[in-house]
Design a protein around this ligand. Sequence first.
Ligand code: NDP
Length: 256
Amino acid sequence: MYRDKYDLTGRVAVVTGGGRGIGFESARALAECGAHVVIAELDAATGPQAAAELERLGCSAEFVPLDVTQSAAVTATADALQERHGRIDILVANAGIAKGTPGEDMSDEEWLLVLDINLNGVFWCNRAFGRHMLARGRGSIVNIGSMSGLISNKPQPQSAYNASKSGVHMLTRSLGGEWATRGVRVNAVAPTYIATEMTRMGRENPEWLPTWLEMTPMRRLGEPHEIASAVLFLASDASSLMTGSVVVVDGGYTIW
Ligand code: NDP
């Protein structure tokens, strides 16, 4: 049955930055399809709340504190979860931040912070969780990239973010190729603007929002569940032939 391809019963999924936004909704999608979901989150308030909310919905979930920029902590967390559950089937490397600073004004610290969370953090997670998946010969990694890894946004300046997401896409292709014969698939989702905390200031900006809508063929932003659906597809056996792909979910933004 085709619906069996989306059945994640018995699988363990880890979602970084799963406390809110796209991460939380992705966690919910995976949990509703039967996975035990680990919310690996920096925020000590939203992380436990997210896990509790999934439990309230009748799903299986837990919270672990994690800062994805801390390579040693990422490895220790992956090892501990592998030890506790005996398997890690799915990783959604979702944690990310955006900064809207003109290139000429950007400090070293801001550039490094964005790259550290958005690109280094994704690699630390892919490597640490990927090692356990490779040892079992099975796993699916979904990295959250962005259409900003494919186009440069207008009108806001965000060079560090765009560069980081472009890096996520190439990392996805690179590891997808390296691990393709070893049972571990690595894909990415590249969303358009989604209604989350990350875009709140932009959505309230009288110059930015009309430009965003004008440049989007569907003339609307996305909702987190519309990204979670793509994450679910890539995490599940429904996408068994896919690796190294960057799935664009953008209301048509990159058509033009
Ligand atoms: P949000 O800001 O709503 O959520 C991001 C989550 O990541 C927060 O819970 C945040 O925790 C967490 N986080 C931040 N830094 C770290 C860290 N170092 N370690 C662990 N967790 C961390 O963002 P979105 O849900 O909108 O974005 C999720 C992903 O989707 C990001 O990678 C983003 O770049 C990408 N994306 C978003 C788009 C959009 O329009 N919203 C478009 C395209 C891509 P805390 O509360 O502590 O900061």
